[in-house]
Design a protein around this ligand. Structure first.
Ligand SMILES: NC(=O)c1ccc[n+]([C@@H]2O[C@H](COP(=O)([O-])OP(=O)(O)OC[C@H]3O[C@@H](n4cnc5c(N)ncnc54)[C@H](OP(=O)(O)O)[C@@H]3O)[C@@H](O)[C@H]2O)c1
Length: 327
């Protein structure tokens, strides 16, 4: 395989840092790794394999050439610079939501719809879904394929890291202040101080009362699962956890299915771990994941009236999005 030229836009952020580690641990031959960020980070030195890479300011670069350009610097940056890199021949892999609903841009979860990337998209851009949508569709796919789902209702418990490094810092600073008996610092990144708190809002609230995060969950799940009429309602809640998003999912099926059948289907999924059994078997929590690269499911249970419930947890920064990175 020829060595490839990679740019990471947003290299100094929470997602960018994980991308660098993922590339480092892969077998992928890299001819050049260009690390780009805002002017704030110019000159930062980041290690990649045996080299030190100097972070460059995105808005001062002259050329946007690369074989692959990973974008994790937010929607506005992707919207402006994604097409410029794509026009110069790069395959743009975007982590923001700038193009997720664009019909010319595949929305890809390799374990769910690898064929979406069977041919290079005309737009030159591939979208990565919202982090909590990835783990959700990974658990739902075998169930919506095998059964008729009447509706899905879920609550997400989203960690501070979903708001980037600034979100983590705000939670840690607020926690230190509270433990020292000081007034919490003013919330900048979340609507209220997050330390020792729970906030029923992730993203902006629209005039219909849903948040943009909740709307994304519905739209992205429908697109990824190929079910344009899927009935799915979510409540997204920010919790004072540094990293790792749990989700409590309630599933109403039209037919009656034994819980063992549901569990069997889930055990067949790739990069997925199902914990089954009684109180001693355990279940995943954001701080205790046996493997941060995979999706964990437990507490699969059935109620007498038919609904099925699942507890899904994944590391939102490390969950394996690019299973076949080296192929
Ligand atoms: N956190 C998650 O769990 C998660 C998961 C999936 C997708 N995402 C998405 O990935 C993106 C990044 O998230 P994150 O959590 O990594 O955020 P983050 O920790 O705040 O990092 C943001 C990165 O973008 C860079 N940046 C910001 N404005 C820029 C500009 N005008 N020009 C160039 N670079 C700029 C920052 O550079 P400086 O350091 O120089 O400011 C930093 O490298 C967002 O779109 C987010 O929605 C996040």
């Amino acid at each position: 395989m020829r060595a490839i030229d990679i740019s990471i836009i947003g290299a100094t952020g929470a997602v960018g840092a994980e991308l660098i580690k993922l590339l480092e641990s892969s077998q992928l031959p890299v001819s050049r790794l260009r690390l780009l960020a805002s002017r704030t980070s110019v000159g930062r030195r980041l290690r990649f394999r045996d080299e030190i890479c100097i972070v460059e300011p995105l808005d001062e670069i002259d050329d946007t050439q690369a074989d692959i350009a990973f974008f994790s610097a937010g929607r506005a940056v992707s919207a402006k610079y994604g097409p410029l890199f794509a026009a110069q021949g790069a395959l743009v892999i975007d982590n923001s939501n700038a193009f997720r609903m664009n019909p010319d841009v595949p929305l890809l979860v390799p374990q769910i719809n690898p064929n979406a990337l069977a041919a290079r998209p005309r737009s030159g851009i591939v979208e990565n879904p919202n982090c909590s949508a990835i783990q959700l569709v990974r658990a739902l796919r075998p169930l919506v394929t095998a059964f008729h789902v009447h509706q899905i209702i879920l609550t997400t418990y989203q960690a501070a890291s979903g708001g980037g490094l600034k979100g983590i810092d705000e939670l840690l600073e607020g926690s230190r202040a509270a433990l020292a008996g000081r007034a919490p610092p003013r919330a900048k990144h979340f609507p209220f101080p997050l330390a020792f708190n729970v906030i029923p809002q992730v993203g902006e609230i629209t005039s219909e009362g849903v948040t943009l995060e909740e709307r994304k969950r519905l739209q992205e799940s429908r697109k990824l699962l190929g079910l344009p009429h899927l009935r799915l309602t979510s409540s997204c809640v920010r919790v004072p956890v540094v990293n790792g998003h749990p989700e409590a999912v309630y599933l109403e099926l039209e037919e009656s299915v034994h819980v063992v059948q549901v569990r069997e289907l889930l055990t067949l999924e790739p990069d997925f771990r199902l914990s089954v059994g009684g109180p001693h078997v355990g279940y995943p929590t954001p701080r205790h994941l046996t493997d941060p690269a995979i999706v964990h499911v437990a507490r699969v249970k059935v109620n007498p009236e038919n609904p099925y419930c699942l507890w899904i947890v994944a590391d939102n920064l490390k969950v394996r999005r690019l299973t076949h990175l080296s192929s």
